[in-house]
Each structure stands twice: as C-alpha cells, then as structure tokens.
Design a protein around this ligand. Structure first.
Ligand SMILES: NC(=O)c1ccc[n+]([C@@H]2O[C@H](COP(=O)([O-])OP(=O)(O)OC[C@H]3O[C@@H](n4cnc5c(N)ncnc54)[C@H](OP(=O)(O)O)[C@@H]3O)[C@@H](O)[C@H]2O)c1
Length: 328
C-alpha cells in the first residue's frame, strides 16, 4: 500500500511516500480502507518529535480517517466489511489502510461524504467533549472561542450555537473572523489588534463570559481567564502559539473560576460510551444542518508535505483533508 513515512524527526519536507505492507488488525481492531484523512495540528508536532506522543521510527503520521471497513480483528462485532466509517488513531492515517480501535470507530452517516467525514472526528469530538463534559456549557451562557477559524475553534463555535449559547469568536485576522461569523458567531474580536480581555468585557457589559475555549495558549490563556466572569470555566486545549503559559493562581481564587484541562485521546479510550453518545448528538446536529464542517483545502496523499506546511504556517482555515483512495 501507499503510505506517508517519517524516517527521521524533522520538518514536513523529510516525509516520503513509500510502498509498505498492509497492516493486520489485532484483537479489537478494524482495518479501514482509507478514502480520506484529516490533517491536524498535532501531526505537525508529531513528525518533528515535539508532541507528547513520540512513536518509534519509522512511522506513518495522520490521526483521522474516513473510509470503509476492510477487515476486522478477533472479538470485533458490529462492523461488517464495506461499512462506511470514520475514526481517529494516534498515528498511521496517511496511508491506503489504517488500523483503528473498534471502540473509537464510528459508523458514518449516509449524509456525510468521506472528505467531510475525514475532518470531523478529532475537532468535533474534542470540542463537544470540552464544552459538555469538561465545561458543562449550558444554553443561555456566553462562550468565548479563541483560534475560532481553526479546526477545534470552528467546531466549538458551531457546537456553542447548537447548544444555544451566545458565541464570541476571537482570531488574528478579519478574514478568519468572517469565517467564524459565517459559522454562527454572534460577536467577533481580533486579538491581534486589541486587548482580548477589554473587548470581551465590553461585549458582555462588564460581566465576562461563562466559558472560554482555548486551543492557542501563550499570553491569550491568561487573557481568557481574565475575560471570564464569576464561576467561569476556561478550557485549555492546545498551544498552537508555541508557548505553554504559566498562570497566576490568584486569578482563579479572585473570580471563583476554573482552568480546566482537556485531553480527548484518553477520554475516547476510557469513556467510549460517552464518546459514542457525543457523536450521536453531533451526527444529529449535522443532519439538522446545525453543523456545517468547513474543509477549505483538499490535497492528494502525495502532497502531504504541502498540507502540513499550510497548517504549521498559521494559514489554515477550518480543515485540510488528504484524499487517499477514491472518495465515491
Ligand atoms: N487537548 C486535546 O485533546 C486536543 C485535541 C485536538 C487538538 N488539540 C490541540 O488543539 C490545537 C488546535 O488544533 P487545530 O487542529 O484546531 O489547529 P488549527 O486548525 O491549526 O487551528 C489553530 C489556530 O491556532 C491559531 N494560532 C495561533 N498561533 C499560531 C501559530 N503560531 N501557528 C499556527 N496556528 C496558530 C490560529 O488562529 P489565529 O491565527 O486566529 O490565532 C489557528 O487557526 C492544537 O494545539 C492541537 O494540538 C488538542
């Protein structure tokens, strides 16, 4: 099979496309014939050896797939060969076949095409987990989303609207903010040109938001904490800015608010039933037209390097997807 291979940690240019053996599913695993694979920010860190997970070399990157069931391992039920599916893997998705744990694999709704499905699982799965299980976001509350035109951020904007909250989208350019507005955001803040905290306070009549969702980190995390009101919850999801901030604990004390960590991988593994319920809700919202996943760029597997560079250079909007096999 054709696969992207990382033989040494480094920039995307070092990746190669090679002929590899088709992997065999072990107990509890499913081999998926990949039609399309989503590109995610952690892929850019993984190939450079800068992610919390460091696979043995050589390995195939890619953490999100859409395709059809090709073979099942011992003990797997409910996934017949040919079933349309979507799912996530720690790595191994940028290939014609990928091995996925059956507990995290989802049947793909007929209304969702493989390209959209390939960019759905990680970002929407992370954002719904963050907003519901971690923040307990309620209808009528106010939600601030940073990096609001990126994969996780745009999903959070849409889910926030589907839950019935007022959404303040924050991003670094007017073009990115317009993407968030089109996804339903009620208010926009450009944090490259004004103080996030001051503008959010203005927009909320001095009260601050109930929940903030932060996939960016750096100085913005502290600003987001200062932009919440009493009892606010701030979700720390990622550090695309490149800086893991240190936060003064007195902010939490003074405002009675909480800094809440989000780690989707272990949640998926340890709470598969809750994760499945989350996806039933996401698929229902998608069928109702409340979620409109934005895939802004589609590349062939042979163009993986270009796709990863787009993401790493802060140029991506919504999701980038690689087509692998046929998508019909
Ligand atoms: N905790 C978890 O379980 C979990 C799960 C999934 C993803 N994540 C993490 O969430 C973060 C976002 O992932 P994503 O797939 O949504 O990424 P993405 O699509 O690239 O979006 C990230 C956003 O970060 C902002 N950003 C700020 N500085 C940046 C820089 N130097 N380079 C690139 N982007 C920068 C950009 O928005 P502006 O230009 O508007 O600032 C961009 O839209 C990543 O750190 C990822 O590892 C965590």
């Amino acid at each position: 099979m054709r696969a992207v291979v990382c033989r040494q940690f480094g920039p995307p240019d070092l990746l190669t496309i090679e002929e590899c053996d088709v992997p065999q599913p072990g107990p509890g695993q499913v081999r998926v014939k990949v039609q399309a694979a989503g590109v995610n920010f952690p892929d850019t860190l993984l190939i450079e050896g800068r992610y919390q997970l460091k696979p043995d070399l050589p390995f195939t990157p890619g953490s999100e797939v859409a395709g059809t069931v090709d073979a099942t391992g011992e003990g797997v039920t409910g996934f017949e060969v040919g079933t349309a599916v979507l799912g996530t893997v720690p790595f191994g998705a940028f290939a014609e076949f990928a091995i996925v744990e059956a507990t995290t694999l989802m049947r793909r709704p007929a209304s969702m095409d493989p390209i959209v499905a390939a960019g759905f699982a990680t970002t929407y799965g992370t954002s719904i987990h963050a907003l519901t299980q971690r923040a307990g976001l309620q209808p009528g509350e106010t939600l601030l989303v940073l990096g609001a035109s990126g994969g996780v951020g745009l999903a959070a904007v849409e889910i926030g609207k589907a839950i019935g909250t007022t959404v303040i989208a924050a991003a670094s350019t007017p073009e990115k903010l317009e993407i968030a507005r089109a996804a339903g955001a009620d208010h926009l803040v450009n944090y490259a040109s004004c103080s996030l905290k001051d503008r959010v306070k203005e927009l909320t009549g001095g009260k601050g938001v109930d929940v903030a969702c932060d996939p960016v980190g750096g100085d913005l995390l502290e600003e987001a904490l200062r932009a919440t009101g009493w009892g606010g919850r701030v979700l720390t999801i990622g550090f695309t800015s490149g800086t893991i901030p240190r936060i003064p604990a007195n902010i939490m004390l003074l405002k009675g608010n909480a800094l809440v960590g989000v780690h989707y991988g272990p949640f998926q593994k340890n709470f598969p039933d809750v994760n499945r319920q989350n996806f039933e809700q996401l698929f229902a919202w998608h069928a109702q037209g409340k979620l409109k996943p934005l895939v802004s760029s589609v590349f062939d597997l042979s163009e993986t390097t270009a796709a990863l560079k787009l993401l790493a250079n802060r140029k991506a909007i919504g999701k980038i997807v690689l087509t692998v096999g046929g998508t019909q």
